[in-house]
Design a binder for this molecule. Structure first.
Ligand SMILES: CC(C)(COP(=O)(O)OP(=O)(O)OC[C@H]1O[C@@H](n2cnc3c(N)ncnc32)[C@H](O)[C@@H]1OP(=O)(O)O)[C@@H](O)C(=O)NCCC(=O)NCCS
Length: 218
């Protein structure tokens, strides 16, 4: 998608170009359309406070397994404070992308900078019927593209040791992931500076035929 300057944000930005992003100013230049592994075109954009109702509805429709893998606990409803925290971001140190199919929110990916560092923690949640369509990898790529030019150099994440889809997304990203395991939780860290490998993995994954890759982690 192009902004008023004609810049195409689907193309990897140069790490030397620092886009002007001002805290709490909605970065509409980060909006774009994405194509899933099944060929559907969905809209990805930064979250806004007025997405609260959509987010509540999204959460209510998740399976308990998906919620558990995201929050590490049984958490069927979001509290008002949580909804406000998740939908109100500053677009610099905290950024969340949502993916919409029409007016339906189907996925969220976010980073939260670890204060006073160049690291940010990432987390993802894709509604059950859209899982394995490539949205996890797309969200990771767009979060990295948004974070790196403003000085975030490393992503970290924690996930359960049996969360093969999440581990698959990180390991397939082309970023050089390192990990350690403690108490059934995998801690991952990786630099997000774009590399030929990360660009190639992203391009290659998008072209995969539907269904390829499923079953290997069943
Ligand atoms: C983990 C999660 C975010 C991954 O998102 P996703 O959109 O399903 O991820 P992707 O589709 O990019 O990749 C996952 C799988 O889809 C497959 N896939 C990706 N692109 C594909 C394509 N174009 N065609 C076919 N399959 C594809 C991948 O091979 C991968 O398969 P695997 O699970 O066998 O490794 C999602 O499953 C989810 O929300 N789970 C519940 C919450 C959770 O676990 N959150 C993580 C906590 S940090």
């Amino acid at each position: 998608m192009s902004d008023v300057t004609g810049h195409d944000h689907s193309v990897q930005q140069s790490p030397l170009v620092s886009p002007k992003r001002t805290a709490y100013v909605y970065p509409s230049d980060l909006e774009c359309d994405v194509t899933t592994g099944t060929g559907a075109t969905l809209h990805m954009r930064p979250i806004r406070p007025d997405d609260a109702d959509q987010l509540v509805h999204f959460h209510l429709n998740l399976s308990s397994g998906s919620i558990y893998r995201r929050y590490f606990s049984f958490h069927p409803e979001l509290s008002e404070n949580e909804v406000e925290h998740l939908t109100t971001v500053d677009y610099v140190d905290r950024l969340a992308f949502i993916v919409e199919d029409g007016d339906q929110l189907v996925a969220v990916g976010r980073y939260d900078r670890i204060p006073d560092t160049s690291e940010a923690e990432v987390a993802f949640l894709v509604t059950d019927r859209y899982q394995h369509h490539g949205l996890g990898l797309l969200l990771l790529k767009h979060l990295a593209d948004a974070a790196f030019p403003i000085g975030i150099t490393t992503f970290t994440a924690e996930t359960q040791v049996n969360n093969r889809s999440m581990l698959g997304v990180f390991n397939d990203s082309g970023f050089p992931v390192t990990s350690s395991i403690e108490d059934e939780i995998v801690s991952l860290t990786f630099p997000i500076k774009p590399t030929e490998k990360s660009r190639a993995r992203y391009a290659g994954r998008r072209k995969r035929p539907q269904g390829k890759g499923k079953g290997k982690h069943s």
